[in-house]
Design a protein. Structure first.
Ligand code: SN0
Length: 318
């Protein structure tokens, strides 16, 4: 694993989930990250990602430097060959090479712009980090994926101890158009497990086929939820009419009545959640959301641990 930006960086998802669960039993091992620095760069707000990554790094003995680059840094230019006589002040090429001198591992959060599908799905921002970094890069949510969230979700599902679980993934309403990253990523990770997956959303909310290949889609939410062991809710904006909010239909809100259709199903959401819009208070208050957030620590920590182990191996071989 050179970088961690998607499920494709992982050979064996099941082993990684098991290793994270094992790590959780005895999480503090300060020697492996001693003298190492994790850089965390945010182009967008963050609560869980920022704090759980810091916590994970501290559990491994690392130091952490965090920069809200959109607020506290120079305005970054991403175009190669740009004549920088306008608003942008520092080229990504220079910024990332400099950060690579200060840190041993770099985590970056870059959201979808939701304006230009090609730019977002080519991961224009994250790719420039990877192109110019001389240290491993971890995605803390990119334009199209959120791998640490998905790993935490798989840990949470595994902990419930259900064999061959049925997982219903449901679109839910939201006042703003949101990225497809969380749902895309959850689908690509959960499809690596033995779960039965059903996706439900209104028409015209179809995701990129890259992420729905092999996934059963049912446009009837109640049918999709029937018998589910887990209900994973998320809003996303349209992929075809890119970035548009087509519906805010409250009929898609997850309620206790809908949860009664499931097999004592547990509700999941990545947070932050708009209460009584995505799901009702009662659904959220009886859900796995806090466990998911807790498991963000161990998702980040197992990834950091693997990257640090690789660095130690390389150092030992020199
Ligand atoms: C993020 C998303 O990608 O959908 C959550 C990622 C952890 N959610 C939001 O941006 C919610 C913002 C809002 O207005 O509720």
């Amino acid at each position: 694993m050179k970088n961690f930006t998607s499920v494709s960086d992982i050979n064996d998802v099941e082993s990684l989930v098991n290793e994270a669960i094992a790590l959780k039993k005895d999480p503090v091992n300060l020697s492996i990250g001693s003298g190492k620095t994790l850089g965390l760069l945010f182009f967008n707000p963050s609560l869980r990602t920022r704090l759980s990554s810091q916590k994970a790094a501290y559990n491994l003995g690392m130091n952490v430097m965090t920069l809200n680059i959109d607020e506290d840094g120079w305005k970054i230019e991403f175009e190669d060959g740009a004549v920088m006589d306008q608003g942008s002040q520092e080229h990504i090429k220079d910024a990332v090479q400099v950060i690579s001198q200060y840190c041993d591992i770099l985590g970056v959060r870059t959201f979808a712009g939701l304006k230009n599908r090609k730019d977002d799905y080519q991961e224009k921002v994250l790719s420039s980090f990877i192109a110019h970094a001389t240290i491993p890069v971890i995605s803390l949510e990119s334009a199209t994926l959120h791998p640490l969230q998905s790993l935490a979700d798989l840990i949470t599902i595994k902990e419930q101890g259900i064999v061959w679980p049925k997982v219903a993934v449901s679109w839910a309403p939201h006042p703003r158009p949101l990225p497809q990253a969380v749902v895309n990523s959850f689908l690509e990770w959960i499809m690596k497990t033995d779960a039965e997956v059903v996706l439900t959303h209104p028409h015209r909310y179809e995701l990129s086929e890259k992420f729905t290949r092999g996934v059963t889609i049912n446009y009837n939410q109640e049918e999709a939820l029937a018998g589910a062991d887990f209900v994973y809710a998320k809003n996303w904006s349209a992929y075809e009419s890119y970035g548009q909010k087509i519906s805010e239909d409250p009929a898609w809100t997850i309620t206790m009545d809908k949860m009664k259709l499931t097999n004592h199903g547990r509700f999941m959401h990545c947070l932050p959640v708009r209460r009584n819009v995505i799901a009702t208070d009662e659904v959220i208050d009886n859900s796995l959301v806090i466990k998911q957030a807790e498991n963000r620590i161990y998702a980040a920590q197992i990834v950091l641990k693997k990257l640090l182990e690789l660095q130690h191996e390389v150092a030992a071989s020199h």
